[in-house]
Write a protein that binds this ligand. Structure first.
Ligand SMILES: [Zn+2]
Length: 152
């Protein structure tokens, strides 16, 4: 329980008090021939040891949750493309990886395909078009040809 979370000490103190009281009871019972009393004290010890293990488990979980919370506070979503950005980092994070798994995965650099700009995630294959083709096919309309081969 080294370096336990500051929120937990009261519980640790209570546990230590319980152990100390039980030690007193155990010392007093040493001269007793009452085996039921000795068994009861031994059971109480076991219960406190279980409690100590559980407390340690809760502390670990608490640490993990606090770390997640800190991460959440430092990551913000922007409306433009729905990307997430970590404080002080101008490279966008993959929204799919972050929303689904809480993972901070950077998207690729912008890459252009013809006149479009894209970014991708190498982990989940998410792909986002940041700029569509500025001059779509309207410049050169494809003329419809009659399908004469079908006979009409
Ligand atoms: Zn991703």
């Amino acid at each position: 329980m080294v370096g336990m979370d500051p929120m937990i000490p009261t519980a640790v103190t209570m546990l230590a008090n319980g152990m100390s009281f039980l030690k007193n009871a155990s010392d007093l019972a040493k001269t007793s021939t009452d085996t039921d009393l000795k068994i009861a004290i031994s059971d109480a010890y076991s219960a406190l040891i279980d409690l100590k293990a559980k407390l340690s488990e809760i502390d670990d979980e608490n640490r993990e949750l606090k770390a997640k919370l800190r991460q959440k506070e430092s990551v913000k979503r922007t409306s433009e493309f729905g990307y997430y950005f970590k404080d002080g980092d101008s490279d966008p994070l993959c929204p799919k990886c972050y929303e689904r798994d809480g993972k901070l995965i950077h998207l690729s650099e912008q890459r252009s395909i013809r006149s479009e700009i894209w970014r991708d995630c190498e982990v989940c294959q998410y792909s986002k078009c940041e700029r569509a083709a500025t001059e779509p096919f309207s410049q050169a309309p494809v003329k419809r040809r009659r399908n004469n081969w079908m006979g009409n």
